[in-house]
Write a protein that binds this ligand. Sequence first.
Ligand code: AMP
Ligand code: GLY
Length: 421
Amino acid sequence: MNIGIIGSGGREHSICFKLRKSKKINNLYCIPGNAGTAEISENLNVNYNDFNELYKIVIKKNIDLLIIGPEEPLVNGIVDFFEKKKIKVFGPSKKASRLEGSKAFMKKLCRDFDIPTARSKEIKSSNNIQNILKNFKLPIVVKSDGLAAGKGVTICKSKEKAIRDIKEILRGKFKSSKKVIVEEFLSGKEASYFVITDGKNYFPIGTAQDHKRIGEKDTGPNTGGMGAYSPSKLITRDVENKIKKKIIEPTLRGLSKKGCPYKGILYAGLMIENSNPKLIEYNIRFGDPECQIIMMRLKNDLLDLIEASIYKKLKRKKITWTNEKAITIVAASKGYPGNYKKFKEIKNIKKIKLNKKKQLFHASTIKKNNKYFSSGGRVLNSTVLNKNLKVARSQALKILDNLDWENKYYRRDIGYQVIDK
Ligand code: AMP
Ligand code: GLY
């Protein structure tokens, strides 16, 4: 089979890495990919948000199946587009993608199917904001309805700040949103839970702890994710049962009832307090960098699982994991998520020794004249598998410490809640 992977981050590099082990694959393409994916697949420089352009290359390269990494094309209906063209695609339909594309949709689903989540209210105009806020205690969480590249949520310590943020969104701060969701603040600890589903049957496909803040001990502004480890210690068997029964299963049933059964990867962002999980948000794809650690731990042939999801045959599958733990540490350009310099050479990257248990997944990298350069905020993911998470972290740090790249920044404390306590 010929496979096309849509995206260009560490997530997509790790999916390529995993798929490379599958015997069923002839040609692997990454669209558009990065300098890392170019080494194990062929990069195709096409704007994946232009579905007609993408279709042309899919035909030209005889691609049998597309795997969609990021949320944007999913929310824009890439799956519906290619299914109409009789090309197989792994991911949810446009309607089902509203789970991530519209927080109002996700919240309504939770209300309709009794899924535990933060109490919330939708705001569409600036007329009665004050009245609505009367029913919320501080801090108040303000969210834009649509996609906002991780910047759509603020936690407001005063009503004045909440009102300012709400008005900004209503005035069009994010093109994707004309609505605002305000919700109660949930306390507890966050964890990520992933399932693969064919709409009816599903399997857990990993748990993880993400570290979203730029600074050590979770300080400073939010980022796309600075590191993660798997499995999550917070998700005990008891908690997992609750996640399945109270959150995942009613969601899948609910979406089927609404006429948009879900297929693909479903990522639940959870807040867990006193062993009670509540849904913070849904993502309709693998997390980045969580995918990188899941790809290292998963033993199954990934293509086999993806095909089972597409052909609705997941029920017959069994998922197997290595007993080892995995950690990934993101190396970013200094200054990220604010301003940073691009096109800094990563001089000795090819000299770094990697193996089955140690990988350096690329995110924003490009190769020119046989040299490697950073080309964005999050640049590399040092990813290590080991029985002991502390050992895994020191090995992952060593890889990054050894990189000759003047502009690197990374957190040394990924996993501190479980490693350094
Ligand atoms: P979201 O984009 O909805 O995942 O929100 C981004 C981050 O904001 C989450 O990972 C949480 O850290 C935080 N957050 C969102 N909603 C809440 C909430 N209701 N209570 C507490 N923290 C929240
Ligand atoms: N790491 C968070 C995300 O992928 O949304």
